[in-house]
Design a protein around this ligand. Sequence first.
Ligand code: NAD
Ligand code: TDX
Length: 353
Amino acid sequence: MSFEKRIVVTGGAGFIGSHVVRKLVLNYPNYQIINVDVLTYAGNLENLVDIDQKANYVFEKVDICDQEGISNVFAKYNVNGIIHLAAESHVDRSISDPLAFIQTNIVGTANLLNCAVAFWRNDFTDKRFYHVSTDEVYGSLGDEGFFLESTPYDPKSPYSASKASSDHLVRAFGHTYGLPIVISNCSNNYGPNQFPEKLIPLFISNIVAKKDLPVYGKGENVRDWLYVEDHAEAIDLIYHNGENQETYNIGGENEWSNINLIKLLCTEMDSVLNRESGENEELISYVKDRAGHDFRYAIDCSKIKHELGWSPKTRFEEGLIKTIKWYLSNSEWVENIKSGEYQAYYKAQYESR
Ligand code: NAD
Ligand code: TDX
């Protein structure tokens, strides 16, 4: 069978990547979707069991830092597009092990760019290199203001600095070689399949188990939350309709201080779990703050709204309930993840706080 487009999605076994892969596989039967993922602790092929038998889906276990492996994928599938999501993505891990972030996020992205330029040999007709990035590259806001596409970069954690570096490399390859690149910077995602080390799935899991809810500092830090399927929809749109060499900010227009979000989660789960009103809030425990904790992120997404017609669709309370219900009905998925490595991480991360 010959496919109209052959698109590599890197990191397709992870949280956001799996939603992107599913959307593309189902929406475009005439595209071949090649999921390139090395399956770190965060990669899980169980995320894709519902679509992994489709004729237009294929999985390749390859490290994005491996030049030969990536070049082979380009040649084997005659790849003409990349949507790059593979990354080390957890800020707390970047504080305890920064070099892993430098390797995957910077070296891995450089390798993908280099392989794309080499394979396409300066014929960029109908080619596209789409890099998925984060709002954290812009740094930290005070009580006022929003991140625009023109906001200067000011990353503050090893994670955000590694993502900022990768964004710069992508733009440099666009500028120097004429590689048709596009970048998006998105706010905090939540939804099904998120690894339970990030705030929302970790706290759902701890509430179920009646374990402490470790709130960093005073819980006053603010994040802008977007339902993962809305992000996947934006990625689909940008891949097809975004302008070359442009950047699009994606956000939920949905800011919450951590403590208010956690209280809402506790209340929703009191009722879903038939617990007494206020019971889950008693699990809240204030712990030592994250080192260098960014205070506030907030995205101005008017560019993608006006130019591409995208806007966040899922109301937060609705998305949160869907997420809670997904974790409750997929307890096996959660238990499979909580392997030895996860236990060791949890102990190191929280026992000394
Ligand atoms: P995730 O940690 O859930 O998944 C990352 C995936 O990348 C995993 O499947 C992992 O196995 C794979 N991977 C890691 N290193 C690799 C390597 N060297 N080679 C091949 N595969 C590798 O991450 P996520 O939350 O789904 O984030 C995906 C992307 O979106 C990242 O680039 C992240 O920076 C960005 N992003 C995430 C958020 C968020 O809130 N989660 C927000 C904005 C942007
Ligand atoms: O145990 C916790 N207690 C706590 O108070 C954890 C895990 C987090 N927090 C706080 C820290 C943050 O202010 O909750 C907020 C959200 O934390 P995370 O879920 O770790 O996300 P964040 O650090 O904001 O980064 C996320 O959004 C941007 C993703 O992990 C990144 O990949 C993305 O780029």
